[in-house]
Design a protein around this ligand. Structure first.
Ligand SMILES: Nc1ncnc2c1ncn2[C@@H]1O[C@H](COP(=O)(O)OP(=O)(O)O)[C@@H](O)[C@H]1O
Ligand SMILES: [Mg+2]
Length: 181
């Protein structure tokens, strides 16, 4: 059988506190085969966000991570920070829970969704086309007309869609938008 896209094995995370370190994730194992969706369910505070933060490599300072996180057979826990940065955004993305905290209130939606794309050296026109495509893919109606909007002009649901569009930046080429039947 093919290797899973992601293989998490015996993941434990300890965070330092003023007294002793606390274990916030304890021996978690799961695998995600390619082209599948896996839900991680647990009560509030059980460590779902910290597990995801370990995957994208953004844990609080001083966190001690043990176990194995294999992405396409590459051990993420042995990767350099520049390699982790390369994977973050190019291959692995996180849709943050609170879109207001994830969006900059002073920049337009178009600017924020296009930010990483502009840094990749694409032309302004190519970036604009791509941003419109991403917003459309995330289900934002009339995406071209929304490029100049600011986050406060969006409803909560639309802001959530904007951060979903940002996470989609790593999917290239885009799969076609599913049509409702
Ligand atoms: N910076 C931190 N320092 C210490 N403990 C933290 C920190 N951030 C989160 N925690 C604790 O880690 C545990 C897991 O949190 P989290 O992953 O956010 O849970 P979930 O996403 O499942 O609700 C919680 O008990 C939380 O209080
Ligand atoms: Mg959480």
């Amino acid at each position: 059988m093919d290797e899973p896209l992601l293989d998490v094995s015996g993941l434990s995370i300890d965070l330092p506190t003023r007294s002793a370190p606390v274990r916030i994730v304890d021996e978690v194992s799961f695998a995600i085969p390619a082209a599948t969706t896996v839900g991680l369910i647990g009560e509030s505070g059980s460590g779902k966000t910290m597990t995801a933060n370990a995957l994208i490599g953004l844990l609080p300072d001083g966190a001690v991570v043990q176990g194995s996180l294999r992405w396409r057979n590459e051990e993420l826990l042995k990767a350099t920070s520049s390699r982790r940065r390369e994977l973050r955004g190019d291959e692995i993305a996180m849709i943050f829970q609170d879109p207001l905290a994830a969006l900059n209130p002073t920049h337009t939606i178009g600017r924020q969704v296009g930010e990483i794309l502009r840094r990749s050296g694409q032309s302004r026109a190519a970036v604009r086309t791509r941003v419109v495509e991403l917003l459309d893919r995330a289900g934002i109606p009339e995406p071209a007309a929304k490029l100049a909007s600011y986050p406060h002009e969006f409803s909560g649901g639309m802001r959530q869609r904007a951060v979903i569009a940002m996470a989609f930046r790593c999917c290239w080429p885009m799969s076609p938008r599913p049509r409702s039947t």
